[in-house]
Design a binder for this molecule. Structure first.
Ligand SMILES: C[S@@+](CC[C@H](N)C(=O)[O-])C[C@H]1O[C@@H](n2cnc3c(N)ncnc32)[C@H](O)[C@@H]1O
Length: 199
């Protein structure tokens, strides 16, 4: 589901850019992901996360997809000189990539925007190589479905998740949590590794 205008203001704010930089620093420490990886970011928004990730992780290539053409236009304007970044329009619930295409997938606050978040996680797992890494920052309904905020922000309402459900679904998708995983009342931050062999 696309972000509405109040959330768009937040996503495009200096505050969000600061949070992204901090979260990506933590994800780097947790993941140990080295240079030269083939990366995908789902729901890249205005590209701030992608630009930080390009500096922090030094990937060989970084694909970034989003459903919203306006967000992609902002990202394209910022990343004009960045050859490793490939922006495209697409749905995180039906990723336009072959199985096992990426060493790492980044999710910076977008899975909770999917009507079918389980499908989104299944797609992440599908496009990761065996042993590949899923780096995620997620938000719970305790925050965006709280009184007042639920009327200000626009999010899907059916079949939502908290930390326990998110962890359960990761396990079902053969994504094993790595040390350093953090869960608070409103958010989670962590890294999961795709199993080397999936039964
Ligand atoms: C809360 S914003 C986060 C943007 C960016 N990752 C950030 O951290 O600032 C969620 C983003 O997910 C995108 N989005 C929502 N549903 C999507 C879908 N089904 N497939 C791809 N992107 C989607 C929205 O357009 C929006 O840019």
């Amino acid at each position: 589901m696309l972000v509405n205008w109040p959330e768009r203001v937040f996503c495009n704010s200096v505050a969000r850019r600061f949070i992204l930089k901090r979260q990506l620093g933590s994800l780097k420490a947790m993941s140990g992901l080295g240079p030269g990886a083939r990366c995908l970011e789902i729901g890249c928004g205005n590209g701030n996360g992608a630009l930080h990730a390009l500096r922090a992780f030094e990937p060989a290539q970084y694909h970034a997809i989003d459903l919203d053409p306006d967000m992609l236009r902002l990202a394209a304007a910022k990343a004009r000189n960045e050859q490793r970044l490939c922006l495209l329009r697409g749905d995180a619930q039906a990723l336009p990539f072959r199985d096992a295409s990426f060493d790492a997938v980044f999710n910076l606050g977008i899975i909770h925007h999917l009507e079918d978040w389980r499908r989104g996680l299944a797609e992440v797992s599908r496009v990761l190589v065996p042993g590949g890494l899923f780096l995620f920052e997620e938000i719970y309904p305790a925050l965006y479905a709280a009184p007042i905020l639920r009327d200000v922000l626009a999010h899907p309402r059916g079949d939502r998740f908290d930390g326990r459900e998110f962890r359960r679904e990761l396990a079902l998708q053969a994504l094993a949590l790595q040390p350093g995983y953090r869960e608070s009342r409103f958010t989670i931050l962590g890294v999961a590794r795709k199993a080397h062999s999936v039964s």
